[in-house]
Design a protein around this ligand. Sequence first.
Ligand SMILES: Nc1ncnc2c1ncn2[C@@H]1O[C@H](COP(=O)(O)OP(=O)(O)OP(=O)(O)O)[C@@H](O)[C@H]1O
Length: 478
Amino acid sequence: MPSPTDEQAHIMEDFVAGNALRVQAGAGAGKTTTLKMAAAATPQRKGLYIAFNKVIATEAAASFPESVSCRTGHSLAYAAVGRTYARRLKAPRMSSHLVARKLGINGPVRLDADRVLGPAQVARVVMATVANFTHSDRRDIARQPVARLCGWDDEDAIGVLEQVVPTLAIKAWADMMSPRGGLPFSHDAYFKIWSLTDPQLPADFVMVDEFQDTNPALLSVIRAQRSTQIVAVGDSAQAIYEWRGAIDAMNAIEGVERTLSQSFRFGEAVAAEANKWLEILHAPLRLRGFEAINSRIAELEEPDAILCRTNAEAMAQAMTALDKGKRVALVGGGKQIRAMAEAAIQLQEGRGCDHPELCAFQNWGQVQQYAFMEEDGQDLQAMVKLIDGHGAEKIIDVADALDREEAADVKVSTAHRSKGREWHRVKIAGDFPEPKQGDDGRPGKVEPADARLAYVAVTRAQHVLDTGGLSWVDKYSG
Ligand SMILES: Nc1ncnc2c1ncn2[C@@H]1O[C@H](COP(=O)(O)OP(=O)(O)OP(=O)(O)O)[C@@H](O)[C@H]1O
């Protein structure tokens, strides 16, 4: 274990004193090392480290002191209640038509003069509403707002759905709580069931990682601990899952506030680039680069990783690299984009589809119209352009031609998927749009969610960063 920096030493002192802690840890600033140092300082106390995912939990288990059990929130929930639902978790996928039948949805629902939802479509809204409930800290499904699905999310539609969906959501949730129920059952469902039992965690202290992206259901468990010391570690500037129901939980709990600002991942040049985004975010912390790494900002012809905002751009970058004869990996695999292309084919044939983002549409023309004519549809534009430009079959071919990361010359990733990762030479793709200028010709406002994503992206680089599509930041900082 390295000798602690002053910041790390302060955190250890607070920890040993038994204080609840909120640690804002900058990118690559040694948060895991700090937690291990702290836990090792009180080996007689039993600890629990809650990791963001299974891979991190497994890695942590190999290096944390033995007094600490390293788990994910879901594994705790599974051990407590989830195992009772093992049969349901293994059940085959179920079509929305069958879900509708099980929920007793027999007839269509008219949204307005032009739009009628069939039973299967109503069932999708019901199940999405229940899914949102499982991520929330609500105790009563009856209070869960109706889910807003792409294409049925305007006020008129929601007004009609509010008359129909809540009763069905109550029915669906009652089914889910039963080990013998028949509706589709997810890992988030048993997590929610567990959280509603107000569990007390079996440890003297609990360390929760990536706390900035904790969902309200886990947060409610942490907040309900009565006598356990809580150490929450995260980086508010890296909170990028707001759209998925996560909240920045760092401000939602009590505790002594500490920071880790010495990055060990990159040198001063990358730290300076990251600090431009932290300045835009008015973050309390600025990073210091690691003097042992001489990093630089430069254009890159042969990056190790290319980071994109959208899946569509990631696919376009993958195609370009494949055309140059390179071996390419898409971080997280090509499954998501392949599913989108398959749904596009079904829609082009006018067959409708089951894809969660496209299920509101009957044909591809409706998707094109939504993407380019409606404000809410802008997110789909890049994907529609990609599919129209290359053909859905070609996208499927490319998805099938991708390599594993270990074998690839270049890794292409969305910024979201790049979280927690690092590469020597990183290039930022061109699809991070600069804010539109105001009417007075002055630079527009950078949205905090965009700035956080940009911060995650630039802090993946260790040695060389090509700021590419994010170099416009200089107009907005300093
Ligand atoms: N005080 C220190 N002195 C020197 N190196 C350190 C110190 N603390 C941490 N490190 C090194 O910094 C690197 C990153 O540490 P660690 O994995 O704990 O970071 P992290 O913040 O958890 O990473 P991530 O951002 O991926 O979550 C490791 O190689 C670790 O050994």
